[in-house]
Design a binder for this molecule. Sequence first.
Ligand code: HXC
Length: 258
Amino acid sequence: MAYEMILVEIQGRVGVITLNRPKALNALCDQLMGELGEALRGFDADPAIGAIVVTGSEKAFAAGADIKEMKDRTYPAVYFDDFIGKRWEDVLRIQKPVIAAVAGFALGGGCELAMMCDMILAADNAKFGQPEINLGIIPGAGGSQRLTRAIGKSKAMEMILTARMMDATEAERANLVARVVPLADLLPEALKIGEKIASLSGPSVAMAKEAVNAAFETTLHEGVRLERRLFHSLFATADQKEGMAAFAEKRKPDFRHG
Ligand code: HXC
């Protein structure tokens, strides 16, 4: 499919999606979110891909949902269109790891999109924020929940109630991001993480992701139970046999992703 608002490329075994609406700082309009969902699903279904990177420009990962597109929407329109639910949550349904490589602004829906990914790698110029309160609304794509779980109540309250932005250093200290790297290293470093993941056993990667994500959804008891069942199920894969045999034979494993 031809995309207009994103760029899609494959680097080795990593699928790279670049949000590409520079004049609007990658504001996340319906068309862009539709294209993003389509590209994510395509990479998820492609056996040649083992991990996905979502990134933006040097100036903006995304400056939020598209305010100009949203401004005249009515309550019944957003309600019956299931605004957010319909187009925004595709990334949550992807089984392969999705890395958000964030430079510049990640605001409102942009910050929420980054938080829906499995990890955030930040450039040193990244700025995170939930400025919806300035527009007379609140976060609508999970920001009040995911930001609070990531950085705790006081910091999340301050950001959501005052629209204060957090720079990359503070975001790393607050555990919102995995790591901060110089801007020039952002994509190479994200690709390195993606390549490492893609070189491992596909089933164990997908189940590790599922298990970690369950920590946000369930009790400790149920989460540990799920982890154990997934752990057990990996003993049914050829990759587990190969991984352990390779260790015992002092050689590199040759994972077949099954
Ligand atoms: C639509 C946007 C936009 C947005 C920027 N633009 N953000 N258009 N929606 N979210 C457009 C501007 O209108 C402008 O277009 C162009 O991008 C460049 O932006 P400037 O403001 O001129 O750039 P700058 O002065 O560098 O300021 C950057 C900025 C500012 C601080 C990021 O653009 C800004 O505050 N943007 C809005 C951030 C925000 O409120 N995000 C939350 C949105 S609500 P023109 O045509 O004038 O050149 C949200 C709800 C999520 O995300 C709920 C779930 C979906």
